[in-house]
Design a protein around this ligand. Sequence first.
Ligand SMILES: *Cc1c(COP(=O)(O)O)cnc(C)c1O
Length: 435
Amino acid sequence: MAAMEYPHLQNEDTDLYDLIEGEEKRQREGLELIPSENYVSVAVREAMASALTNKYSEGYPGKRYYGGQEFTDQIELFAIERAKKIFGADHANVQPLGGASANIAAYFAWLEPGDTILGMDLAHGGHLTHGSPVTYMAKLFKFVRYGMKDPDTGEIDYDEMREIALKERPKIILGGFSGYSRSIDWAKISAIAQEVGAVAMADVAHIAGLIAGGAAENPFDHGFQIMTTTTHKTLRGPRGAMILSKGTVSTPLRAPEKTIDNLPTLIDRSVFPGFQGGPHMHQIAAKAVAFKEALDPSFKTYAHQVVANAKVMAEVFQEGGVRLIGGGTDNHLILADVFGSLGISGGEAETLLDTAGMTLNKNSIANDTRKPFDPSGIRFGTPAMTTRGFKEAEAKEVATIMLDVLKNRDEANALKAKGKIKELAEAHPVPESFI
Ligand SMILES: *Cc1c(COP(=O)(O)O)cnc(C)c1O
């Protein structure tokens, strides 16, 4: 990762300077396998570090509650127009601070408390914000669930989804996942939504970059109306999120009816003033910079390489006798049943691989027999390593080292592997810029 200089920080606060340097070294030397993480360009980091953090811009371009917006208005418009172009959207709200805030704002744009959302079972790959009982969302809305027909093929049970939709009459059918490795039949989901009069909403936080680069299907091409996404995962932008809509016209009514046509206004009002205060303009500027990178032809190459690398790693694991949830991968991530296949728990695997310089996370798998705190699976992925320039050969080498570490279950062996991983990482520094 490109080293940045922090002379003022070093001078003013050595405690924080040392910790930040430590984290940067960790990111440079280790191998990041957490599928929701990535490395941004230096241009994105520069925008994040700019004086825009000083500015209040409550409202939207041309309709602000504070003066001095001649630059911020243009910055936000760049982010909006680029986001619309990437995803073929009719409207974009780029103010959500993170994926969770984007989902809450999108739910409230369309629903009233007590309304029903049909989403993916959390144990089958859905996200916490899709109604986990520990979230406020679960207290405010009624979540009902669909899942996979068979965890060994990963196929979603679309018949079950339709049956539940007909019975429960959800107002939103939610597609989108953080722990699911196969392609999604967006058309089937939106057809069911249409049949029951629900809005089809995709939460593509994990795969937005793959969609942007043409390596995954775009829900908007298959009848979806709302799409939420983080900007910091495969999309390789700053930490943050956005809400997009399609098939909608912006009609700035004062008290908009809850109709599809009015989604842009409903979404904008839900984000601000409904849920958030002033937007983080430094973050929005950094989003705009990342969107420019995602529109560059090089991003297509990146997105396809992410998937190619994941497929190679999945093969190494399967040939090594490890059961993969979904039976393989079509995207950037792999979910492996290490307890069922190798007798090592997800937590122990995470720790051992950490010792070997590889960061990933333990993960529950469908029908897990173990507790969430130390489940049967691990989840890993290729977005960050692909940004470093890893191709199939290096991906294969990493997967082979991982398997060796997991099969030997020996700390000395893991430490030996760490040397190899550090060499691989240092031979592939994160580029300073991508275009
Ligand atoms: C990561 C993720 C989120 C939440 O994003 P945060 O920025 O961490 O709030 C929401 N939905 C899905 C599917 C995700 O993967």
